[in-house]
Design a protein around this ligand. Structure first.
Ligand code: NAD
Length: 291
């Protein structure tokens, strides 16, 4: 396929490189980042979009996505697909899909999980929203860039799935860290705590696959001085998107709201900037009830 790729940052560059390595003809554009091997650089987003069968965007937020979409839709060939893999708000995903349809195109919102490691290895998971026909068009690209793609529903459903998943992740990570901090104060050995919880009803991905306690469980960012991994700032972004969506949809999400507030404090007022989101454990363990 002829593919235009816009946004060649930490995630976009390896994804575009994998598409090129699989034999697709890929042109790339980024305001700042260089093109990876195999991807032909062009001078503008519009140029990357012109004549492409599929235009992939991998951008920081919904506002930038809307601006780029407004620039490229007019340049895209009739019937082409705008595949957005960024994590953005549900409203922006739906607005971009409406704009694509009005321009005679189709759109798929397909945020990913798997991080930079998954993007490089081609093992991302895609959660997709859009029509059956548009999903079928981009499915072969998901196979190159990832190991799994779930078609979640109509436009916006991919973003909805992503923020619901990550709201659970933020809440369970805080819960797991709180329990370790309490266990410390109760004199319970962290390894014993892991041995019990990882095989009992308190188990979760946060405990079993990404244990926030150094030297306990599988290797995780905790074993590397909490270098990300999945940065606390990105968790905060996703929690904010979940609460924005909850506001818009009138959904009651008290623990999501509490998790957002705690990560905001950690990232913006404390030592959490630049750290992995599991660094919530040393943060909690260092404090008493008075904060
Ligand atoms: P990044 O900041 O490394 O890359 C974004 C790129 O977009 C940058 O290179 C920037 O120069 C470029 N850009 C910004 N505005 C542009 C414009 N108008 N035209 C062209 N290029 C433009 O971010 P990232 O880590 O690659 O993340 C991209 C998206 O993927 C985000 O929405 C993020 O939430 C999501 N995501 C990231 C991870 C992760 O672990 N990094 C995991 C899952 C999802």
């Amino acid at each position: 396929m002829k593919i235009g790729f816009i946004g060649l940052g930490n995630m976009g560059a390896p994804m575009a490189a994998n598409l090129a390595a699989a034999g697709h003809e890929v042109t790339g554009f980024d305001l700042a980042a260089p093109c990876p091997d195999g991807v032909s650089p062009v001078e503008s987003a519009m140029e990357a979009a012109r004549g492409a069968d599929v235009v992939v965007t991998m951008l920081p937020n919904g506002e930038i996505l809307r601006a780029v979409a407004a620039e490229i839709h007019g340049a895209m060939a009739p019937g082409a697909v705008h595949l957005d893999c960024s994590t953005v708000d549900v409203d922006s995903a739906r607005a971009v899909a409406d704009a694509a349809e009005a321009a005679g195109l189709s759109a798929v919102d397909a945020p990913v999980s798997g991080g930079v490691g998954g993007a490089s290895a081609g093992t991302l998971t895609f959660m997709a929203g859009g029509s059956d026909a548009a999903f079928a068009t981009v499915a072969p690209l998901f196979e190159v860039m990832g190991q799994k793609a779930v078609h979640c529903g109509a436009a916006g459903a991919g973003q909805a799935a992503k923020i619901c998943n990550n709201m659970i992740l933020g809440i369970t990570m805080i819960g797991t860290c709180e329990a370790f901090a309490l266990a410390d104060k109760l004199g319970l050995d962290r390894q014993k705590m892991f041995d019990v919880v990882s095989t009992s009803s308190g188990y979760s991905w946060s405990m079993n696959a990404y244990c926030p306690a150094p030297g306990v469980g599988p290797t995780s960012p905790a074993d590397n001085d909490y270098q990300p991994g999945f940065a606390a700032a990105l968790m905060l972004k996703d929690l904010r998107l979940s609460q924005q969506a909850a506001e818009a949809a009138d959904a009651d999400t008290p623990l999501g709201a509490a998790a957002m507030a705690l990560y905001a404090q950690f990232v913006e007022a404390e030592e959490g900037g630049g750290k992995d989101f599991s660094a919530m454990l040393p943060r909690l363990a260092a404090r008493g009830r008075a904060g």
